[in-house]
Design a protein around this ligand. Structure first.
Ligand code: NDP
Ligand code: 2IT
Length: 450
């Protein structure tokens, strides 16, 4: 019996999704962004409609929600909520970061897990998708509180992950320190030494270049997009938001490629340094944000530059923009400012930092725009290379890993060009969504109805 298949309509598809996932605004936003570019493609290929691939791809394989109880330094018992969304393992073990931030909820983790499906597919490596974390706020916590929280979190999470099952890594609020505590607890509980987490320290199975990979990859991707137009980062003014892992190393690679980094930010505001960052200033930022866990305003005090409290950097005149902090940090009025100031290109280092309206404005103004699933895929790519090194029990050299990262970012760019070029213009959002979709869809169909 053949089941008749009607063409998918974006509005109807989204109505169904919203009904099944009420109130999950970030998840709706991420799905709509993909569905808008993928549905016209699917409608020309009935096999995807008959197999209900988009409906199946927007439902996580499973969602695990658990209580995390821990004791603070005053002996008080604290309770947080932990999550792991195992989104899709059609092309490899679930893979994706853990976020510790008070804003964490199911909607945010489903949006991140969904995005990861397409991102990991684009990397060319065999990785499925997942995302997890907790509504735990690491700010102001002591070292021992962080350790106890990470151990409590892993005590439950360890039941659901494994080197061939699900391999978590870092994200906002989860860096080398937290990964080390969680890896130590996993090893203790399971009595095994396997590469079940990535982003580990070099002494116990971590990979060179992983720390730098997301930020470096984002700058490499921008360079690829500009090269495609016969241009480069050399000599360009750049604004970067955020000052965490991604922003720090994106700024560093921009400098290596000859660009001038004018801004960085955190959740309290942004700094504007018209002279541009240099290696010494960046060292200060890395120490300030990663080791001392201070505020970006301290940079402005030390280097006597402007600090704009409570503001984002998008009104500063620039050639290139790199949003590297968090979701929905670049909205329509910001996009209008960037367009007015003749910004040429935007590469997302964060996940979904640009709202739909802002993306549409860039599109209409013919500003080159790359979605995070393409331009921030360098981080998970080197995580994939960390998994490979752990499996073969070897560590590759820095130069080899950096070269592999460059090749992967080049390949992702090429996939976007292949699927997103229309009349000599590359629509990177469309290209990334369709290229990411095809690989996962083909695998899902090969498995039959499961
Ligand atoms: P970090 O925790 O290292 O840094 C986060 C940065 O963003 C900090 O400057 C932080 O400011 C700022 N920030 C966080 N939340 C908010 C908010 N609600 N409003 C304003 N600023 C905020 O995280 P990462 O650098 O690792 O992650 C940044 C982005 O990149 C995220 O979107 C993440 O999902 C994405 N990403 C990360 C990858 C990785 O490998 N780490 C890989 C791919 C994407 P403050 O210090 O004040 O909190
Ligand atoms: O959003 C992301 O791609 C990450 N936070 C990195 C995931 C990973 O597994 O390295």
């Amino acid at each position: 019996m053949t089941i008749p298949s009607a063409n998918l309509k974006l509005d109807e598809f989204m109505q169904g999704l919203v009904k099944r996932n009420p109130g999950e605004l970030e998840f709706h936003q991420a799905v709509e962004e993909v569905a808008a570019s993928v549905i016209p493609f699917i409608n020309e290929r009935p096999k995807y409609i008959e197999n209900r691939i988009l409906e199946r791809m927007t439902e996580p394989d499973r969602t695990i929600i658990f209580r995390v109880c821990w004791e603070d330094d005053n002996g008080q018992i604290r309770t947080n909520r932990g999550y792991r969304v195992q989104f899709n393992n059609s092309i490899g073990p679930y893979k994706g970061g853990l976020r510790f931030h008070p804003s964490v909820n199911l909607s945010i983790l489903k949006f991140l897990g969904f995005e990861q499906t397409f991102k990991n597919s684009l990397t060319t490596l065999p990785m499925g998708s997942g995302k997890g974390g907790a509504d735990f706020n690491p700010k102001g916590k002591s070292e021992r509180e962080i350790m106890r929280f990470c151990q409590a979190f892993m005590t439950e999470l360890s039941k659901h992950i494994g080197e061939n099952v699900d391999v978590p890594a870092g994200d906002i609020g989860v860096g080398a320190r937290e990964i080390s505590y969680m890896f130590g607890q996993y090893k203790r509980l399971k009595n095994e030494f396997t590469g079940t987490l990535t982003g580990k320290a070099l002494e116990f199975g971590g990979s060179l270049i992983r720390k730098e990979a997301t930020g470096y990859g984002c700058a490499y991707f921008m360079e690829e997009m500009l090269k495609h137009q016969g241009d480069s980062i050399q000599g360009k003014n750049c604004i970067v938001s955020g000052s965490g892992n991604v922003a720090q190393f994106c700024a560093q690679k921009i400098m290596h490629l000859g660009g001038k980094v004018l801004t960085l930010s955190d959740s309290s505001g942004f700094i504007h340094d018209p002279d541009g960052l240099n290696e010494e200033k960046l060292e200060y930022i890395i120490d300030l944000k990663t080791n001392r866990r201070g505020r970006i305003s301290e940079f402005a005090e030390k280097y006597k530059c402007e600090f704009h409290e409570g503001k984002r950097p998008w009104a500063i005149k620039t050639d290139l923009a790199f949003p590297c902090a968090t979701q929905n940090e670049l909205e329509l009025p910001d996009a209008k400012q960037l367009i007015k100031n003749k910004c040429k290109a935007v590469a997302e280092g964060a996940n979904m930092p640009t709202t739909k309206e802002a993306i549409d404005a860039f599109h209409n103004a013919k500003i080159i725009f790359s979605p995070g699933k393409a331009s921030n895929a360098g981080g998970v790519s080197v995580s994939g290379l960390e998994m490979t090194q752990n499996s073969i029990r070897l560590s590759w050299q820095r130069e080899e890993l950096d070269e592999r990262l460059k090749v992967i970012m080049h390949d992702i760019h090429q996939q976007c060009v292949n699927h997103g070029t229309d009349k000599d213009q590359v629509d990177y959002l469309k290209g990334a969504n369709i290229a990411g979709f095809v690989k996962v869809a083909e695998a899902m169909m090969a498995y039959g109805v499961i």
